[in-house]
Design a protein around this ligand. Structure first.
Ligand code: ZN
Length: 126
């Protein structure tokens, strides 16, 4: 079967995904949450299966990415100051997707947080 969906983002917790879904719906973009129920039943598997995926129809992909980049919350440090990219100096920073190593799958909490710059794609640790 053809996959007609595009995954815009994934969330560790269902609640976060629900909030974003509501914002998308209010902008007229239909959204589907994948693996939502699996994670509700067993939150501990969230890391292993990559979280709750927020998906849209393929024809909404561009609009969804633009909207998501406006709505999403960017990473802040412990003083609630937006983290700055060491490469380009901009501050639209997100958590980078984890490396899918066997160690990570077994012990996700040992993996240090990696950040990714939306503007230049730089991946860095803090
Ligand atoms: Zn950058």
């Amino acid at each position: 079967m053809k996959n007609d969906f595009y995954t815009v983002a994934s969330f560790e917790y269902t609640a976060e995904a629900q909030v974003m879904k509501g914002k998308f719906m209010s902008h007229g973009i239909e959204v589907f949450l994948k693996d939502e129920h699996t994670i509700d039943v067993d939150p501990l598997v969230s890391h292993a299966i990559g979280g709750v995926k927020l998906q849209v129809h393929l024809q909404d992909k561009e609009a969804a990415i633009t909207l998501y980049n406006e709505l999403r919350e960017y990473e802040v440090d412990k003083h609630r100051v937006r983290i700055v990219c060491p490469n380009c100096g901009k501050n639209r920073i997100i958590i980078a997707p984890p490396k899918k190593s066997m160690l990570y799958l077994l012990f996700p909490f040992f993996e240090p947080k990696r950040y990714e710059c939306i503007d230049c794609g730089e991946i860095f640790k803090k």
